[in-house]
Design a binder for this molecule. Structure first.
Ligand code: ADP
Ligand code: ZN
Ligand code: ZN
Length: 771
């Protein structure tokens, strides 16, 4: 008898144990990596096989756990899902690493690799009114179509020929030539009717099968492939990546050359071109390519370029795909139906037949980090997969994360640079405008006189402008002029945002809306003021400029599926000449006609109390500025600030990443922040504030005790203190932050303790913010 250890896929976060099951004769092919159905208390549930055992091994394992338990009591596996293991060896290894590194159970980390959360459903089967069994069906029902294949006698008929049934001969010829089964639609394109196919089947010349129909909701509008003459820098980057793709991978062997690269290229330097050539080479070698992008709708241009280069090879996953569509994409990648996968962070878990190259575009983007548990970072997941499969990893960015930059300058990973824009394009000129002076000149608008002039001049010449408005700094809040009270959400400790078009106050955390107040909730005063200015107000001011037509892109206008992409397409098609919006307008797009970029409230992201605030603020400013002057026409950027002496702003204006990074790294080293330490954020959430504090205090006390006993190298335990947002949806939140150079020890001391499975306690490894 064979036995298997199974991680049960239940939506229970704290089930760290795995369970032993026996394998009936019929399921002896089942090994590590298979998905199975097992009995679990009174239910039948899905599980993942994480190990298999011979009988003696199973016996000794059981004896160790419980001397009284006998193998005969072990329940058998009910069924296997699919006809082969879902997890390859490399996927298994990655799942195991992920559960250790991100402190979650193996079932939780393995579930990430399955398209959809609960992918099976049970259908009760009754006989004579009695429940006799559960039939387990795959929820990911494949959509199939009828298709036809030629039979031996069909071939003979084709050979013999016939003068009477021309249509049938034509159909037979088509079936004979087809690589796989031919479905009705394909036949139609060849002018063969399905009636003829049915006749062939009736004669035994063809047989009917079902073919899986692959859905792809991502509507592709193919573009012409254009091949550009590479610049010397691009050439060199491509050659280096190609050379490392040439190194054959053998499991367990150490490479000579680095298999991981930072491709640091200024905005508009043509990083996409490097990706395309590297991908082409990997494909020639029969390898598959994964391209991660921060948000699919914002990177439609990358998708299009890849589709133009590799018309039948590209599959796309974005967050709005249905579970079935995602299942289809996974199926395609595993079977080689497509060899390039472009997707958002969840694509890091797709199965591959032969993964050879992974590209992470805009690798510094925080959208690669999942905020819910397990709080993985897609860049780290693919790094692990590359290590386990020998694939080459390319991280692309104009403003790399300081973690990646540090690795590149210290030689841990390869460093490829693109320092110029190709052709006649140059980086735009940036001009700082001090908004305090605008006030002094009685300009009370959110738009400076300078930016106003630039926008009007650009549209007058038939050019376009992009205006970035930072939501954080500019969302409208309501404050009492008498007592200073700010209107906040009663369920979440954040201020409410005024939405002029709907006439409501909305909480951006829980989504609840409240009526606009006429009196102060605290002192009753009627002197209430609306502060700040949202996109709506800026839109009004800009749209009143002569010759201007505005398109707005922000969270409120982009709820619909792929709406971002639509707005960008309309803007690129010159339906409007000014694009206005939050963060999103700063990213990814390449529109040659944009010559002016305005950045309102450049300071607002820099002032957040977080160690990554400068890094993120700087990256945003550079990205926004980088939208200008990409088409050979010189670009101009107007950067509005209340704080022109701020060093980060000054460096952003010079677009000097190197100096910024050097200064920031020095600061991080002094304060022992990443990449010079690792951070673990522990959050306690509870409806009762007192309970939350109690658990947080206990956790912190335990950590301090452990620290005393083990003397972890360079470790600081901070807190507990109320979280950055101290209450969300009525849950009080308390945070403990651990900074350490011995993070592995810190993690294992927690995983060995009762805190591993305590409810309401959340671990965030390498958090995006420490507040
Ligand atoms: P990045 O992603 O680095 O910001 P892109 O890849 O979007 O830059 O390229 C910016 C623009 O430069 C695109 O319009 C692209 O077609 C063009 N480009 C890239 N490489 C070349 C080249 N070698 N010669 C001419 N134009 C190029
Ligand atoms: Zn008041
Ligand atoms: Zn709220």
């Amino acid at each position: 008898m064979k036995y298997v250890l199974v991680a049960v896929n239940l939506p229970v976060k704290n089930l760290f144990r795995q369970f032993l099951y026996s394998l009936p004769e019929a399921l002896h092919q089942v090994e590590e990596g298979w998905r199975v159905i097992v009995p679990f208390s009174t239910q039948k549930v899905e599980g993942f096989v994480v190990r298999s055992f011979s009988e003696p091994e199973a016996v000794s394992l059981l004896k160790r756990e419980n001397p009284l338990f006998s193998v005969s009591k072990v329940k058998p596996v009910i069924a296997a899902l699919g006809i082969r293991p879902w997890f390859s060896k490399e996927m298994m290894e990655t799942a195991k690493w992920l559960s250790r590194y991100y402190m979650c159970s193996l079932a939780e980390s393995m579930r990430l690799f399955i398209p959809g959360k609960t992918s099976i459903k049970k259908k009760p089967v009754y006989r004579d009114g009695r429940l006799v069994a559960y039939e387990i069906e795959e929820r990911l029902k494949a959509r199939t179509v009828l298709a036809y294949t030629i039979t031996e006698s069909g071939r003979a008929a084709l050979k013999a020929g016939s003068n009477r049934a021309k249509a049938q001969i034509k159909a037979l010829q088509a079936l004979n030539d087809a690589v796989g089964p031919l479905d009705g639609k394909e036949a139609e394109q060849k002018h063969i009717s399905s009636a003829v196919l049915r006749t062939l089947a009736a004669k035994g010349w063809a047989f009917r099968t079902e073919k899986r129909l692959l859905r792809n909701s991502y509507d592709r509008r193919a573009e012409q492939m254009e091949t550009l003459q590479l610049t010397a820098e691009q050439e060199k980057a491509v050659a280096t990546v190609k050379a490392s793709l040439d190194i054959d991978f053998e499991e367990g062997k150490i490479y000579r050359a680095p298999q991981e690269f930072l491709l640091q290229g200024i905005t508009g330097s043509g990083k996409t071109e490097v990706y395309l050539r590297a991908a082409e080479y990997a494909l020639q070698q029969g390898k598959q390519v994964l391209v991660l992008v921060p948000e699919i709708a914002l990177t439609a241009q990358i998708v299009k370029r890849f589709q133009a280069w590799f018309p039948d090879e590209v599959a796309v996953v974005h967050s709005k795909l249905s579970q079935n569509e995602r299942g289809d994409v996974w199926h395609k990648m595993r079977n080689g139906g497509a060899n390039i996968l472009i997707g958002v962070r969840s694509a890091a878990f797709a199965p591959f037949r032969n993964l050879g190259l992974v590209i992470v575009d805009e690798e510094q983007e925080s959208s690669y980090k999942q905020e819910e548990r397990p709080a993985y970072h897609a860049r780290e997941v693919v790094r692990c997969r590359c290590r386990n499969s020998g694939a080459v990893l390319v991280l692309g960015s104009a403003t790399p994360s300081l973690e990646s930059y540090q690795k590149a300058v210290s030689g841990t990973i390869g460093h490829l640079r693109l320092t110029e824009r190709p052709g006649h394009s140059v980086l735009p000129q940036v001009e700082l405008v001090d908004m305090r002076e605008e006030l002094a000149h009685k300009n009370y608008s959110v738009i400076s006189r300078k930016l106003r002039r630039e926008i009007i001049a650009a549209v007058h010449q038939g050019m376009q402008a992009v205006v970035l408005l930072n939501r954080r700094g500019y969302s409208t809040f309501v404050m009492c002029r008498d007592c200073g009270e700010v209107l906040t959400c009663p369920h979440c400790a954040v201020s409410l945002v005024y939405h002029a078009d709907e006439q409501v106050m909305r909480c951006h955390y829980c989504g609840n809306t409240y009526p606009v107040p006429h009196t102060c909730q605290s002192c009753g005063s009627r002197r209430i003021k609306f502060f700040g200015s949202g996109t709506q107000k800026a839109e009004m001011e800009i749209s009143q400029m002569p010759g201007v037509a505005v398109l707005r892109m922000d969270q409120d206008s982009t709820a619909a599926k792929l709406a971002h992409e639509d707005i960008i397409r309309r803007f690129a098609g010159k339906e409007a000449n000014v694009l206005l919006g939050t963060q999103m307008v700063a990213k990814g797009h390449d529109i040659p006609n944009v010559t002016v970029v305005g950045i309102l409230a450049a300071d607002s992201t820099l002032n957040l109390p977080d160690f990554r605030a400068s890094e993120r603020g700087f990256a945003l400013l550079i990205q926004a500025a980088g939208r200008a002057g990409r088409g050979g026409k010189p670009g101009r950027v107007v950067l509005q600030t209340y704080n022109p002496d701020n060093e980060v702003i000054a460096l952003a204006a010079k677009q000097d990443y190197e100096t910024f990074a050097a200064g920031e790294l020095k600061l991080r080293e002094e304060l022992m922040y990443p990449p010079f330490s690792e951070i673990l954020k522990i959050t306690v959430a509870d409806k009762e504030e007192e309970k939350a504090w109690k658990l947080a205090d206990e956790t912190a006390a335990y950590l301090r005790e452990q620290y005393q006993a083990a003397k972890w190298e360079r470790t600081e335990i901070m807190g507990p203190f109320p979280s950055g947002v101290a209450k969300i949806r009525d849950m009080f939140r308390i945070t403990i932050v651990v900074k350490s150079r011995s993070m592995e020890k810190v993690k294992s001391s927690l995983l060995d303790s009762r805190f591993r499975t305590v409810k309401n306690l959340y671990f965030d490894v390498d958090p995006v913010t420490a507040i």
